[in-house]
Design a protein around this ligand. Structure first.
Ligand code: C2O
Length: 348
């Protein structure tokens, strides 16, 4: 059966999964008793998420202003910057009971079929909080277009030192400070990297593999079934395991204790670049669905569709959401700026 929404009262100190030790921070959310069942508002004006490398100064100014306001919210406001960062920690670092009979089985939404839908909800509320703070219902998060050579460098809006989008805890060798800037390596790991003169073809082949060649069945792309009572980490899908994880590792600071910020589950939400990265992961989900033609685009299994999560919405109201409401981004009121997809014909 589906994993139910977590019981906030049973949130406990989590685990640093990079170090396999108890976390030295408490990332449980503020407690609230009444969770409302969330109904998607009817989508009238569709927000358009821009490609970060194409975003203009007016957009960047809005995004910066919204982030400043988010950082200025009181520390115990569930919409504040740190509380929002901690949402990732709470759902990933084994803080919540998973809901099954064995309370030692903690919830971890990664490496499973919950990866795409959970992150979609996370970005959805984060985006709505920012939009509300600047009173602009059209505001949409930018996406890091790392599957396209034109967008492969770290987007420059995140690296201006006096910007609220700046974060010092990144790999300093990967900042876009040279001409040409270093391109993200979609096969990067702590153990291996691709030389810059080979990175574009390597990335395009990687994307073709993750999105087409190796993503034939639903489980290939989404990840493996994860239901009530199951242990964490049943298996990640192609994008989660591949380009997604590579970007986390490529951005994280190798001189930090354990990959912080982007390279560690508990700290990744502290880097504004996380949300730009995940906006492209989210876009990959929509692109993949579009490539499916008449083949099934999502699971019909109620164990997936009825999995529930809790989030605080833009009004600081605790809401219960389900996977079933995530399958179409347009129904959630947003779409992505169209760009070309250069890996589509990159069959090796
Ligand atoms: Cu929740 Cu990219 O990780």
């Amino acid at each position: 059966s589906p994993i139910p929404a977590p019981d906030l009262a049973k949130c406990t100190r989590g685990t640093n999964l990079n170090l396999r030790q108890p976390l030295d921070v408490d990332c449980c959310p503020p407690f609230s008793e009444n969770a409302l069942d969330y109904k998607l508002p009817s989508a009238t004006d569709i927000r358009v998420r821009p490609a970060a490398h194409l975003a203009d100064n007016a957009f960047i100014a809005k995004y910066e202003k919204a982030t400043v306001l988010m950082k200025a919210l009181p520390a115990d406001d569930p919409r504040s910057f740190m509380q929002q960062a901690n949402v990732h920690c709470a759902y990933c670092n084994l803080t919540y009971d998973q809901g099954g009979a064995d309370p030692s089985n903690k919830l971890q939404i990664h490496f499973s079929w919950l990866f795409f839908p959970w992150h979609r909800w996370y970005l959805y509320f984060y985006e709505r909080i920012l939009a509300k703070l600047i009173d602009d219902p059209t505001f949409a998060l930018p996406y890091w277009n790392w599957d396209n050579p034109k967008g492969m460098a770290m987007p420059s809006m995140f690296v201006k030192e006096n910007s609220p989008l700046f974060n010092p805890r990144r790999n300093q060798a990967h900042l876009p400070l040279t001409n040409p800037p270093p391109y993200a390596d979609l096969r990067f790991s702590k153990k291996s990297s691709t030389p810059q003169d080979k990175v574009v073809p390597s990335n395009l082949t990687e994307m073709y593999s993750e999105m087409v060649r190796s993503a034939v069945n639903l489980e290939d792309f989404y990840g493996a079934k994860y239901e009530l009572g199951a242990k964490p980490d049943p298996g990640a899908g192609t994008v989660e395991r591949g380009s997604h994880t590579a970007i986390h590792a490529w951005v994280g600071d190798p001189n930090s204790p354990a990959g912080e910020d982007m390279g560690n589950f508990y700290s990744t939400g502290r880097d504004p670049l996380f949300f730009c990265h995940h906006a492209n992961v989210d876009r990959m989900w929509s692109v993949w669905r579009d490539l499916r033609g008449s083949k099934p685009k999502e699971f019909a299994d109620p164990d997936w569709l009825d999995t529930s999560f809790l989030f605080y919405d833009e009004n600081a109201q605790l809401v219960r959401v389900k996977v079933r409401d995530t399958v179409e981004n347009l129904k959630m009121g947003y779409t992505f700026q169209k760009v070309e997809i250069p890996w589509l014909n990159k069959r090796p």
